[in-house]
Design a protein. Structure first.
Length: 433
């Protein structure tokens, strides 16, 4: 159904986005609630997506007590609570603080860190990024300059397998097996080789270099910098690292195009404890589903709106997997929900032109070769990276195109015909209804 024509640039996110630079950094947080059509919204940053059982229990309680009862996973492994009363902020903040989810009130919106969710579990990565995650979060929360970062600036910690490296973070640390690491500044192939023990500090210094480069430009992220400033940033970061006494050398390492999520099901390689990877349809968890996940062990929320349950007794894993499947989660290959995503859409978002979550559910069919993301407007909030089928609600119907990187194929538009829309999406994904 998609026209095989020349690619064109992906339509940019227009002004009016909740995080648009032209309107100030209005990205929601745990202490700054965002007003939505379905009530106030809180976004709780969870570096690396890592939650202890008590923290997960606290989030579940917050969703049920203050919000609509559901926990909404984001494309950065964070949690959003929706349907909040506008006057619940102080009580919500107190609950989160007691659970250890607010280590610094001044830094809570800049703790944007994604990490390889299977790092240290399946022994496939070159290095366990867990120590980096702990150290980087402490450095961020201890830095006055870090409070100047926007709520969109993103750090990624990749254990060498290339999963979160492909997510387009502003600063990416890449694990190596020789006691060193790579620091990628922006999107380019140029990286800086640094000692592994200094990698988190190197990332913070590079973030400070970005802030100075971004002064008076309005740039919130590295990709927003003017061309000359963006090109000069890696060299400026290297200069500052050397001034700070960190050994550094230039290197090159291509960024992968595809950000591949963990396969759903048992995580291979566990010995004393087992781990399970599950997907969450449309990133939305009901209270019962959340209790089942949070009561099973530790949690690592993934940037693909899924979760890895850790610390499971091996003799419990098979039974738990069956319970998670019965609860409606994605526990293996071939699920029709695998790769299907959507923004909140109507009625939660005033800018959305359609109830895209309901439309995505109505169009679910055989698993496709490509992921599909449904957006209620041109902003495409939370869209994936790499290659995907882009379905955007417009005033004239639903526009369907294939996106790869920052390019998109010529689109087709389906008007007011649910059956035709489902068929067009299935065809675009490489399936047949």
């Amino acid at each position: 159904m998609l026209a095989a024509m020349s690619a064109s640039p992906l339509t940019p996110r227009p002004p009016g986005d909740a995080c648009a630079r032209s309107g100030g950094d209005a990205c929601p947080g745990a202490l700054r609630l965002h007003r939505a059509d379905d009530g106030a919204l809180a976004r709780i940053r969870i570096p690396g997506g890592v939650l202890t059982p008590p923290q997960a229990e606290a989030l579940g309680h917050a969703a049920g007590h203050f919000g609509d009862g559901e926990l909404h996973l984001t494309s950065r492994g964070n949690v959003q609570l929706r349907g909040l009363a506008p006057d619940c902020g102080a009580e919500l903040a107190g609950l989160l603080d007691r659970a250890g989810l607010l280590p610094s009130e001044h830094h809570e919106r800049v703790r944007n860190v994604v990490a390889s969710p299977l790092s240290g579990l399946d022994r496939l990565g070159a290095a366990d990024v867990g120590p980096w995650l702990t150290r980087l979060d402490r450095l961020l929360c201890g830095s006055d300059r870090a409070t100047e970062l926007s709520g969109r600036f993103l750090f990624a910690l990749d254990d060498g397998r290339g999963d979160v490296d492909a997510l387009g973070a502003d600063l990416t640390l890449l694990g190596l097996g020789d006691g060193s690491g790579r620091l990628r500044v922006g999107d380019g192939d140029a990286v800086l080789r640094v000692p592994a023990g200094e990698a988190p500090r190197a990332a913070l210094i590079a973030a400070e270099a970005f802030l100075d480069s971004a002064r008076d430009t309005g740039a919130w992220r590295v990709k927003d910098l003017p061309g000359d400033a963006a090109a000069a940033l890696p060299a400026e970061a290297m200069r500052r690292l050397r001034e700070a006494g960190i050994p550094v050398a230039p290197d090159r390492h291509p960024r992968p195009l595809e950000a591949l999520p963990p396969a759903h099901g048992p995580v291979p390689g566990g010995r004393r404890e087992a781990a399970l990877s599950v997907g969450v349809p449309l990133g939305r968890l009901a209270q019962e589903q959340w209790r089942l996940l949070s009561g099973a062990g530790g949690l690592r929320l993934t940037p693909w709106r899924g979760a890895v349950v850790t610390g499971i007794a091996p003799d419990r894993a098979a039974g738990l997997l069956a319970e998670l499947s019965a609860a409606g989660l994605i526990t293996g290959p071939g699920s029709p929900w695998a790769g299907v995503g959507a923004c909140i859409g109507q009625p939660g978002c005033a800018k959305s032109l359609a109830d895209v979550r309901a439309e995505a559910g109505a169009a679910v069919g055989p698993a496709g070769r490509l992921p599909v993301y449904w957006s209620g407007c041109e902003r495409r909030c939370g869209h994936p990276h790499g290659e995907w089928i882009d379905v955007v609600a417009t005033s004239g119907g639903h526009r369907i195109s294939r996106v790869r990187g920052d390019r998109t194929t010529e689109a087709v538009t389906v008007r007011d015909d649910p059956a035709a829309l489902a068929a067009a999406v299935a065809s675009a994904r490489g399936t047949h209804p």
